[in-house]
Each structure stands twice: as structure tokens, then as C-alpha cells.
Design a protein around this ligand. Sequence first.
Ligand SMILES: NCCCCCC(N)=O
Length: 363
Amino acid sequence: TPPTGFRFPAEWERHKQTWIGWPERLDNWRENAVPAQETFQEVISNIADFEQVTVVVSGSSWRQVRRLFDDNQNVRVVEMSTDDCWLRDTGPIFIASRTGKSSTQVCGVDFDFNAWGGVKEGCYVNWDKDALVAWKILDLEGLKRYVSNLVLEGGAVSTDGQGTLLATEECVLHSNRNPNWTRDMIETEMKLYLGVEKIIWLPLGVYGDHDTNGHVDNLCVFVGPAKVVIHWTEDRTDPQYERSLRAFQILETSRDAKGRSLSIHKLPAPGPFYRTELEASGVVATPQAVVRKVNERLVASYVNFYFANNVLIMPSFGEPWDTQAKEIFQSIVPERQIRQVAAREIILGGGGIHCITQQQPDD
Ligand SMILES: NCCCCCC(N)=O
């Protein structure tokens, strides 16, 4: 039965901690996953400067990862078996209800997961360990678990914490997620379990985002009440142009759950970037996972950032756009520090900084 009286808090609201995975599978992460682990270590260290972090790792990596953060009191390392490390999508979506003036009751929704498209179109063919991650996290935290049979990933939705949700039709309504559900049934289930009243549907996600079929957390997310950032290019020859323009036009005429129009901040699209021969050759292809090909266009977006307490952690790609994007973010959230982390190694795995994190609201 769905939760009642709860709401989906915005990512910018106060966190108790961040949950994050650890990259290990060699058919997704090149060079024994070492370059990705160095990047994850940097993301974890940056978040841990601002809030508690729990890193979820396999038994074989526990000692190595614990030693990496030996002296860091803000980092906890928990052994948990997983199929990969995308806790945005395999972790619970935490919801909260106000119980009295200061305290809130937090619980979690365990949506169904099928590795972003199931056996035929997903990123890997076995996800039985990933399917238990949300339940295990809620069990570890002693929080109530609500189960929904809807296949939905945390990266596919963005909320303002005030009853509005952003999502892309390309992903959430994709036939490889919930083939037997109508649009109405999907909308109803999302509203019921996330406590939202209004869903703003954007047609298509970022061009080339085959891993997730266009997750909204690469295209457009809330950065404040009635305030969004959108992945934007002025290059009319780039296939992204039409996709961003259509989303922009819909956002311009949309109203949020409180009837407000949205202020839309354009973030420049870096790149485009393509996987090099060296980057492709470092991955050990297996029949179990999607093949990482040379010259494949990578999905690089400044929209895939993470809000931790008092900080915004954004990706950098070694481009002049990095500085412009940072200035735009600083103008939007002047009260926050901004940290930049080189994110190419995460992008090569099919996601970004937002995709590897999952916030747990403060209670
Ligand atoms: N290979 C799987 C990539 C998953 C990306 C996750 C996300 N939220 O975009």
C-alpha cells in the first residue's frame, strides 16, 4: 500500500547523508576500474567535506576502500553486493513527512529496477543484486519500506520538493520499462508513491543517452522552487538542438504544482565527446553487459551535478565551458560552495556524478 502524508523532498534540502556505490565491474569500467575509482574517491572526499557518506562496496573491496578513507570520520564503508554502482537508480527514493515542528519522519520507496531496459535493452543482463540494494539500505537505516512494482529510476525524476516532478517521456514511458502499464497508470503510481501532484513531461532526454533512454537528470532538473537548469546547445546542426529546444518550449508554457511559471537557466553542452580507442580497449567486453564502442558519443552534461549540504558538486570536462557553467551555477545558488570534479571516467560508464549518488534526507 502506498505511503500517505509524505512528500518527495528536494535534493537541496538538508541531508542526513549521501549513499554512493563503488565501480568494479570490468565489462563497464576500463583499466580494472582504477580510473573510475580515483574519480569516485574524489567525489566521495568532496561530499564528505560537507556531510556523512556511506560507500557501498563488495566484500573483496571493503578493506581497500576503507583504507582509502582511513582518517575520514565522515565516511562509512558498508559491504553490500551489487551488480554495478549507480545508487541514484538502485537505491531507495527517500520520502519524508513532517511530524511536529522540527522533526520529520523519513521512509523510502523501493521501485522496481530492470537495469535500464531489461535483458534485451538494459545495460547488463543480471540485476538481482541491484534489485535488493534499496531494501538493504532501508533495512540498515531502520526505515519503513514502501514497494512499488513500477520500474522507475531515481535519475529519471527531479522534484522541487513542493509537489512538482520533472521526467522525460522517452525514459519513463519507454516500452522497455513498464510495457503493460498505460501512461495514466504510470502517472498515478508516481504521484501516489512520491507524493507529487504535477508531472511536467519533457519529450526526449539527451541525444545519445542509450544507457538510460534519456534520464531527466542529464537534461533538466530543479535547482530551486520554480527554477530549473537545462542542457543547452546553440549548434543547430547538433541533434541535441531540437531536443533541448522542444524541452525549453514546454517548460516555458508549464506551471508547477503551485501554479508558478518556471525560470529556466541554460547550461552549455560541453563537447561533444567520443569514446577513444584507448578508452574502449580498456573495457573487458562480456556477453553480460552493453559493449562500449570506439567513437560512441558520450553523454556529458553539467545538469548531472549533485547537491550536498551547502555545496553543489559539478562535473568538469576540461573545457572552457567548465568555467561558464560554474559561474551560472554560482549565480543560481550564491549561498553554496561549488566543487568541480573531472567526470570523464564516470561518463565513460554511462552516467554522471548525480547518477552515482543518492541523498537521504535529515530527520
Ligand atoms: N550504465 C548505467 C548508467 C546509469 C546512469 C544513471 C543515471 N541516473 O543517469
